[in-house]
Design a protein around this ligand. Structure first.
Ligand SMILES: CC(C)(COP(=O)(O)OP(=O)(O)OC[C@H]1O[C@@H](n2cnc3c(N)ncnc32)[C@H](O)[C@@H]1OP(=O)(O)O)[C@@H](O)C(=O)NCCC(=O)NCCS
Length: 171
């Protein structure tokens, strides 16, 4: 069971590296698709990655279930690629909590946070190979902005579809 109210808790490499690694270990399907990295390497990359421009450091967040265990991780950057954009660099749920509306609920909180920071648009990149995720984002109202690549992701190369969603202004 996942808590009814979604809290995007900030994650830090000093305290949360092993918990993030455990999420990647459980989500080995996504890791195999995306990068082919080990859970350990993916967890380090999760904390290191940040967009080339933008405000501050991105928010690396986690969502816990009602036992306190991490079941989802994500990455939200502000001011990238344009100053009035927010960019969801990653949203990853462990398989046991997928398909229950948690992704949609987290997106709702991400949109609220991004709007509160003044973002007018939310962007993300979905891999061409990740058809289920693309269907999910399109159901949430995202539209294709552009396609680029192939880009290197660890041991893999992918075409990436950049999707965008207009935000309603300040929350
Ligand atoms: C994509 C994702 C964030 C959606 O969150 P979610 O909580 O599963 O989504 P919801 O329950 O709100 O909606 C379910 C829909 O998600 C989509 N989905 C994408 N990947 C899925 C997966 N591996 N398992 C279940 N549903 C998935 C499906 O389209 C599903 O629709 P369906 O029920 O008609 O099959 C989540 O499934 C996930 O983390 N997937 C693996 C990692 C990933 O692909 N992240 C996105 C990178 S751009």
């Amino acid at each position: 069971m996942v808590a009814a109210s979604i809290v995007l808790a900030p994650l830090h490499p000093e305290s949360d590296l092993r918990a993030v690694e455990a999420v990647y270990r459980r989500a080995s399907d996504y890791l195999a698709l995306e990068s082919g990295l080990t859970p350990d390497a993916a967890a380090r990359a999760f904390f290191e990655e940040r967009p080339p421009t933008g405000d501050d450091a991105p928010l690396k967040f986690g969502v816990a279930d009602d036992t306190g265990g991490l079941v989802a991780i994500g990455d939200l950057a502000f001011g990238y690629p344009e100053p009035t954009d927010a960019c969801l660099g990653l949203l990853l749920l462990v398989p046991t909590v997928r398909g229950e509306g948690l992704g949609q609920a987290i997106l709702g909180e991400v949109k609220r946070l991004a709007s509160a920071r003044g973002a007018l648009r939310l962007l993300l990149g979905v891999l061409d190979a990740n058809e289920r995720a693309r269907a999910f984002w399109e159901r949430q109202g995202f539209k294709l902005n552009r396609t680029s690549g192939p880009h290197a992701f660890g041991k893999r190369h992918h075409l990436v579809h950049r999707l965008e969603l207009p935000l309603g202004g300040n929350a």
